[in-house]
Structures are given as C-alpha cells and as structure tokens.
Design a protein around this ligand. Structure first.
Ligand SMILES: NC(=O)c1ccc[n+]([C@@H]2O[C@H](COP(=O)([O-])OP(=O)(O)OC[C@H]3O[C@@H](n4cnc5c(N)ncnc54)[C@H](OP(=O)(O)O)[C@@H]3O)[C@@H](O)[C@H]2O)c1
Length: 293
C-alpha cells in the first residue's frame, strides 16, 4: 500500500477535537466516525437519512466506543446548500470549532456516456463535487480564522485514472482532485491542511448501489462492455479489501501535523498509479481495455 509509513510524521493529540463527517450511514464514513471517536474526537456524524443511524451506533458499540458521549448524528444532505450552511453553523456554535472535516458523501454512477441521462450526470456532480464544495466553503472561514484545521477529501483512484463505464464518477472525482490541489495552495498560508485520500476498490455498499442504478438494455450497443464492467464491479463488491483500512488511514491523517496532499491506497492502486507515471499512455490504455474485456 502506498501510504504505509507516510503518516509517521508527528501526531497531534486528538482528545476533545471536533470532527465533522458527511455520509456516515455506511461504508468509509461510518467506519471513520467510529475510528475518530475511538481516538477521542467529538464526532458530528452527518447522514441524509437518520433512520439509518443504527448501523453506526451498532459499529461504535462493537468497537467499544461511547457513542452517547462522542458521536452526535445529524441529518445532512450535501446537495441541500441551505441545510449545509445551517448544520455547519450549528456545529461550530455548539462545539466552538471544527478541527477535521471529512468530505466523504458520494456515490458511483455507472453507465456508458451516451446512455446516462443528463439529469443523472448533474446529480453525480451535485453530490460528489458541488456537495463537497458546499460543505468545505461553510467550514473554511472558521478554520482560516483559527489558523488550523484539516480537510480530508475522499477522492478515488478513479480521480487519477478513468475506466470505461464510469465516466460520470471519474469526472466527479477528477474534479475533486483539481479542487483539492488549488485549495491546498490557497489554505497553506493559513495553516489549514487539505488532503486527498484516493482509495481503490473497497468492500462497501457503493458497488451494489451503483450497479442497481445503471440504466441499460439488452439491445444496447454497449451491452457487451457493460456486462464486463458490471461483472468487474460485482467482483470488486465481493472480494475487495476491508474498508476499515481507509477509515484508519483517515484517522492517522486527522492527527498528522503535516500530511501530504495525496494518499492512494487499495489493492493494485500503487501499481496502477506507478504505471500511469512511467508507461506510455497507449500501453496503459491497452492494459485497461484488455483487463475489462
Ligand atoms: N468503496 C470504494 O471502493 C470506494 C473507492 C474509492 C472512493 N470511494 C468513495 O468513498 C466515499 C464513501 O463511499 P463508500 O464506499 O463508503 O460507499 P457507501 O457505503 O455507499 O457510502 C456512501 C455514503 O454517502 C452518502 N451519501 C450519498 N449521497 C449523499 C448526499 N446527497 N448527502 C449526504 N450523504 C450522501 C450515503 O448515504 P445513503 O445511505 O443515504 O445513500 C452513504 O452514507 C464516496 O465518496 C466514494 O466515492 C469509495
């Protein structure tokens, strides 16, 4: 894994600090909430449907974390900018600050470009990109004024290399990459750290949800490649590594004094990114096409 050893830089004590996380009803967000609470953070765990909070509370209990004391669940849909403004302001008013923001909420829209309705493209960007910007913009002023804070954006290896059948998702994650690079420059003079976590495939609900949402038909000119892409996604959903790896990495980044911009992790991610850096593009393209045939 690419990140091993790279978070060894000095850590700051986390006890009593405040973390704000989006999309904590499942997957990385849920597990990150538990990891950060386990380190002593007061966690504002947001999710768009509070009826799903049981899974988070159950995982906290399993991990021996006192959720009553350390985790507050709050309703938040990142595509609702008024709600974003209100929920962030409430959290800052109640806790005095947000020390760590984890922009995690997202989904993976699959489908071939021609067959994805424009409205679905917009929805993908609304959540994965504009939602992330909305939350970040609300949190930034207080971090800037205090001269500290860490913002962890959950990107993806799909934000570095794009695969067929996931163009909307790749576009949204490439956008998060550019946004984070710029913001890191802007915030460096104010002591605010911007970090990108770029997981490869991990075993979370995202794959099942993505496959279920794909719109295609047997008559589609893309039926063959779509089948290959769906069976790749299915395999990933079943065999990918434990998402706790990602949550634990975010926990270490949250405490790191000077984290890097990028942390790529997951099976094959390091190899893929090294191949992108070193090989002629045409070779890499050929290899991706052969793998997904
Ligand atoms: N798993 C992977 O292989 C992988 C790899 C690279 C990057 N990622 C990224 O990791 C992040 C978390 O994904 P995951 O794998 O943990 O999948 P997940 O289990 O499906 O979790 C996604 C979370 O985002 C929430 N969400 C979706 N739309 C939202 C909205 N409009 N407002 C607020 N919350 C919303 C979901 O809430 P609901 O339960 O209400 O849908 C859920 O809590 C995403 O940004 C994803 O792109 C995942």
């Amino acid at each position: 894994m690419m990140w091993e050893g790279v978070c060894s830089d000095k850590e700051e004590p986390s006890m009593g600090k405040v973390a704000f996380i989006t999309g904590t009803s499942s997957g990385f967000g849920l597990l990150t909430a538990v990891v950060l609470a386990g380190k002593g953070y007061k966690v504002v765990a947001t999710m768009r449907d509070l009826s799903k909070q049981e899974a988070l509370l159950h995982e906290a209990a399993r991990a021996g974390v006192d959720a009553d004391a350390l985790i507050e669940t709050v309703r938040l849909d990142v595509t609702d900018s008024e709600e974003v403004a209100r929920v962030v302001a409430d959290a800052i008013a109640r806790y005095g600050a947000i020390d760590v923001l984890v922009n995690n909420a997202g989904f993976a829209l699959g489908g071939f470009v021609e067959e994805v309705p424009l409205e679905d493209w917009r929805q993908q960007m609304e959540t994965n990109f504009f939602g992330l910007i909305a939350v970040t913009k609300e949190v930034l002023p207080s971090m800037r004024e205090r001269g500290s804070g860490t913002i962890v954006n959950i990107g993806s290896v799909s934000g570095r290399i794009a695969f067929p059948g996931y163009a909307p998702y790749a576009a949204s994650k490439f956008a998060v990459e550019g946004f984070s690079e710029s913001l890191r420059h802007e915030m460096a003079p104010f002591g605010v750290r911007i970090v990108l976590v770029e997981p490869g495939a991990y075993r979370t609900a995202i794959w099942g949800k993505g496959i279920a949402a794909i719109r295609t038909s047997e008559a589609s000119p893309y039926a063959g490649p779509m089948k290959a892409m769906m069976s790749y996604s299915q395999r990933a959903a079943e065999t990918a590594p434990d998402p706790r790896e990602v949550a634990e990495l975010v926990g270490r980044i949250a405490d790191a004094r000077s984290p890097r911009l990028r942390y790529a992790l997951g099976r094959g991610s390091a190899l893929l990114l090294a191949a992108k850096a070193l090989l002629p593009w045409s070779w890499l393209e050929g290899a991706i096409r052969r793998a997904l045939r």
